[in-house]
Structure formats: C-alpha cells, structure tokens
Design a protein. Structure first.
Length: 408
C-alpha cells in the first residue's frame, strides 16, 4: 500500500499554484483542514466565539484522542499549545532547576531550545553539555552513556534537526535514558507527521510537536505530550484559570492532567484544523507517508548530487525528507529568490539556527528543500533542472558581486 498521490494533490489547492519544497517550514494544508478552520471561523462570526466553541465541544475533545493515537500516548497526557516551541518550553521550564544540574543535548540542537538551556544555566547555575556526534553525524550513543553522571538532570534532543536531513536515533537515546532513570525530552517538531512516532517505542517522557509542518495543519497550533507519571512532577512556568483552580483567597490547585500546560484562551478553529490534519495523516498511514517522503528525498539528493558545483550536506544513518545543499556559484538566498521567481518554494537555513552543527561543518548557510508525499517525481526533476540551469548563469545578476562572498 502507498499514498495515493493523485488524490493527495487533488485535496491540496496549493499544488495548482506552486512547487512547494518548504514543507519543513510550513506544508500546504489539505482541503479538509482548510474547510474545518474556515467553517469554524464562520460559525464564530455567525453565533459568537464562546457559543461556537461550545457547539464544537465534542469535536474538540476528539482532537485529544487523535493526537494521542498519533504518537501512542493517552488523551489525558496531551496538551494543545499555540506552537511547538511554547509546548517544549512548558515542559522544560517545568523542572525545578538547581545549581549543578546537567543537561545533555545534541550538537545539532535547534536554536530556541539551546537558548532556553543557556538561560537556565545563567539563572540557576545548570550546565549545558552537548554530546559529540558519531561518524555518521548523529548523536553518539556511546558518548551519551559515558557522559551521564549523578548530576545529569535531563536528556533533551531534537529528533530531526532543522537542517541536514538527519534523523537522530531517538529510541537509542531513550534506552540510555531509561537505563539510568533520567527524563528524556524530545523535540519532534519535524518528525511528527513525517515518520511514525511512538512514545513508548522511543522511551521519551515528554514530546513537543507542531501543526504547521509535516502534519499539514494550521500555523499557530502544536501540542505537548507528557508521560502520566511525569505530569505532576512538572509545574508549568505560568498558570491561569484553565490550568488551575482558585480554591481559596490564598490557595489554588493545579489540575492533574496534561491540560495544566494549556491556556484557557486558544485558537479554537486552529485546534479543530489540527485535529482534521491528524485524522488525515492517520487515514493515509504514517509508514506510507514516510516511505513516500523518503523516496522523493532520495531522488532529490541523487539529482542534486549529479549537478556540477552543487554539494548536498545531509548526514546521518537515516535521512529524512529535508535536503540541504549549497552551490559554488550562488549564495543560498540568491537561490531561494531565483526559485521563487519560478514559483518554487524553498528556504534558507543559517548558522544561527543550529550553531554548533553548522560551525562544526564550516557552513554559513544552506538551501533547505523539504519534500512531502503530495510532491511528485516530476516536481523533483523540474527542481533539479532549475538548479542546473541556474548554475549555468553568471552570478552577477543575482548577488551583484560576480562571486559568492557568503558561500561556505
């Protein structure tokens, strides 16, 4: 069984207007998601926001069940948050950090997470320890295990980094974390919706995900999963009337389920749209989705690698749908602009997004082309042909220098 690409494209209005290789930024939403969001916004306009939410109560409840099914958790372990970064923050800042606590992370860690580590280090005297990569460019499991000591408070990594195609061996990290009794926080922003993710198989204790990327949901949506035995060990960094109950003039009680990490006010239409996106992905099947994405990415890597002057910078034993590359003759931003002129969407990943990894590899910027299952072999070939043609042109009209002063 495989994804019915023709049906997926028919469900995706954007396929008629753009060649979209920026799915790791924000994927094109399918019609059921679009209809759900617009339909609820229309009801809010017709009968009122509170009233429309009350009318959608059962549908909203089903989104918790759908998200739990997606990752193999339970509905009371799910919290819907406005984005994956804030979802991750609600877990990370829920720890009672103490001087000397050690945070073990990967060298490919995303900027928002690493800044949070550094803030906790500055505020509380914690220590941030990046684990070396192995020969394949992924987090070294042997090094991770050797670096654990009595002060290790948390292992936190990004499953699929924002650049480089890498899929970190999260289940191996989970086995180490469980063996040593250390909590494990997984940033699954790029993996949920792209590949099968099961929290029990991975062995993580907390997981954050977004709606807008491979799940094809609306922007401004995401969720946090926290294993049941960790929920009451984490105190949310801020509370409101949804997360806690005001029980007396000087007292309050935090709710016992994962919704303690939520806010009362939320993007209801977006949450319903995220539920529709999850249902859509589950109906297709995550294994089939992964296989389709990986096949397209392999074709894209092979096509780009065959073009003179193009270097593909993906690493890891397992490579996903994110393909990163540079050209000898053109800066990454110039490539993005040239592709946009042809209605082809890609983006640029800069050094500051994954500072340790990009510095290790002497990279300043890369073009990030990320495929999804609704893309086609013909689109991959068209993209490679456009890059090859670009390489034949003088750079003087693109970056004004006749060379590439920013190119690594």
């Amino acid at each position: 069984m495989s994804v019915d690409v023709s049906r997926a494209r028919a469900d995706t209005p954007g396929c008629e207007t753009v060649l979209h290789f920026n799915n790791a930024g924000a994927a094109l939403s399918p019609a059921p998601v679009l209809d759900t969001v617009i339909g609820h916004l229309r009801r809010e306009a017709e009968i009122g926001g509170y009233e429309a939410a009350a009318e959608a109560r059962e549908a909203l409840s089903r989104t918790y069940t759908a998200a739990a099914r997606l990752i193999g958790g339970a509905a009371d372990e799910i919290a819907f948050i406005e984005n994956a970064t804030r979802a991750w923050d609600m877990a990370f800042y829920g720890f009672d950090w103490q001087p000397g606590d050690r945070i073990l992370t990967a060298r490919s860690e995303y900027v928002s997470n690493y800044i949070a580590y550094l803030q906790v280090a500055r505020r509380h005297g914690a220590e941030v320890i990046p684990v070396p990569d192995d020969a394949d460019g992924q987090i070294s499991i042997a090094a991770l295990e050797s670096m654990i000591d009595a002060r290790t408070r948390l292992i936190a990594i990004t499953h699929i980094p924002t650049n480089g195609g890498l899929v970190n061996p999260a289940a191996d990290v989970g086995r180490v974390a469980r063996a040593h009794g250390i909590p494990f926080l997984l940033d699954a922003c790029q993996s949920v919706g792209q590949i099968p993710v099961n929290v029990d198989d991975i062995g993580c204790d907390m997981l954050s995900a977004t709606g807008r990327k491979y799940l094809r949901g609306p922007r401004g949506t995401g969720f946090l999963w926290v294993r049941r035995n960790w929920i009451e060990k984490l105190e949310p960094p801020f509370l409101d009337l949804h997360a806690a109950e005001w029980t007396g003039p000087d007292s309050y009680e935090i709710r016992p389920d994962a919704r303690r990490f939520e806010n009362w006010e939320s993007f209801v239409a977006g949450r319903l749209g995220l539920g529709a996106a999850i249902d859509y992905a589950l109906a297709l099947g995550l294994t089939d989705i992964r296989d389709s994405i990986y096949a397209l990415a392999r074709r894209l890597r092979a096509g780009l690698s065959s073009i003179k002057g193009v270097a593909v910078h993906d690493q890891g034993r397992e490579k996903c749908g994110i393909v990163s590359f540079t050209m000898e003759t053109h800066a990454a931003e110039a490539i993005k602009q040239a592709m946009a002129a042809q209605r082809i969407n890609v983006t640029v990943s800069g050094r500051s997004s994954t500072l340790l990894d990009m510095t290790d590899r002497n990279l300043e910027t890369v073009v990030r082309a990320s495929v999804h299952y609704y893309n086609t072999d013909a689109e991959v070939d068209r993209f490679c042909a456009a890059i090859e043609a670009l390489g034949r042109y003088s750079t003087s009209g693109l970056n004004g220098t006749g060379g590439d002063s920013n190119q690594p």
